[in-house]
Design a protein around this ligand. Sequence first.
Ligand SMILES: NC(=O)c1ccc[n+]([C@@H]2O[C@H](COP(=O)([O-])OP(=O)(O)OC[C@H]3O[C@@H](n4cnc5c(N)ncnc54)[C@H](O)[C@@H]3O)[C@@H](O)[C@H]2O)c1
Length: 342
Amino acid sequence: MSLSLNGNGNSRRPSPLRPASHSSAFESTMAAMDEGVHPVIHTGRVAVITGAASGIGRAAALELAKVGMKIAIADVNEETLNKVGAEVTKVVGEGNVLVVPTDVSKLEDVVRLRDKVYEAWGEVAVLMNNAGIGLPSKSWEGIDAWRKTFDVNVFGCVPWLSAQLFHSRCPMADSVLNVQQTFVPSIIHQENPAVVINTGSKQGITNPPGNPAYNASKAAVKSLTEGLAYELRNSVPPANVTAHLFVPGWTWTGMTGDKGDAEKPAGAWTAQETVLYMLDYVRQGKFYILVPDNETRREIDQLRIMWSAGDLVEGRPALSRWHKDYKALFDDYVREGVAQLE
Ligand SMILES: NC(=O)c1ccc[n+]([C@@H]2O[C@H](COP(=O)([O-])OP(=O)(O)OC[C@H]3O[C@@H](n4cnc5c(N)ncnc54)[C@H](O)[C@@H]3O)[C@@H](O)[C@H]2O)c1
């Protein structure tokens, strides 16, 4: 497989890596971005963030508040959501924060969230579909964990589908799809530009062994976000909305073990670092936002993704990266790919 590690075919351009760990140097690099004039991530405009009581969602709420945006935060964990609400209020002031306890798998909760936001502020500039869970799963066991994972991360009851096909009320609705289907019909009628950011995962792209339900749910998020981007791009009349697939690296959050008392593993990024990187790419209008961490640089991710696609194209066994007969080949492939960069 030939290597082309970036869109312009030049694999020797400077590494896009950020400084290795959270540092003031990192922050000042990002702060130098032209925050004030971006038409979407802009003072006075409105951000809605799900899964905002912890980790990446909380960091996004705080960073967007620093820009001066009005922030609506939603999460199923009301207690921690209220705490984050207080933190965000300190940054941007009381009238600019909405705290809306929301279970994104419940359609009525999401509709209530949308109504509250539009009643208060009349628009949404940034819709960040970020709530997610990662229950342990196995391919032929534990259907309940699969259902729960898909209910929160992806699946469930798409409103128009339940109404038209099943004629019944479906209590569980997909988080990303449900939020997307509830908000986007309103957002596309706004005159001012807006962005929809769906949080996926590298696990939904390279499919590493270990948690097949989570991987499958995030693969679905990738697929539906690509579809959303295409439909927005081609909508008639034109919509002033873009979609973005945000793919965090290893980020130290509740999901990855941060209970508040342990130290961040050296390989992980802080949620703030991941969010600042993501916002940089959203500002640039990028659809795929593949975030590195201190353990895996972007070029390694790119090689892994290309190898993964090569399984199908070259007829290798599924997940050959983790197949004993292909391990040496994969290692050579990465070594050669990295050598081409140096
Ligand atoms: N942390 C990582 O390394 C990593 C890597 C790739 C992707 N992600 C994704 O990032 C997103 C944010 O996760 P995080 O790492 O910040 O984890 P986190 O556990 O710290 O935050 C997730 C938040 O989602 C909320 N949530 C769960 N179910 C919900 C529901 N039904 N309704 C509303 N809120 C709900 C939780 O209460 C929690 O506050 C997730 O979609 C996750 O899959 C994380």
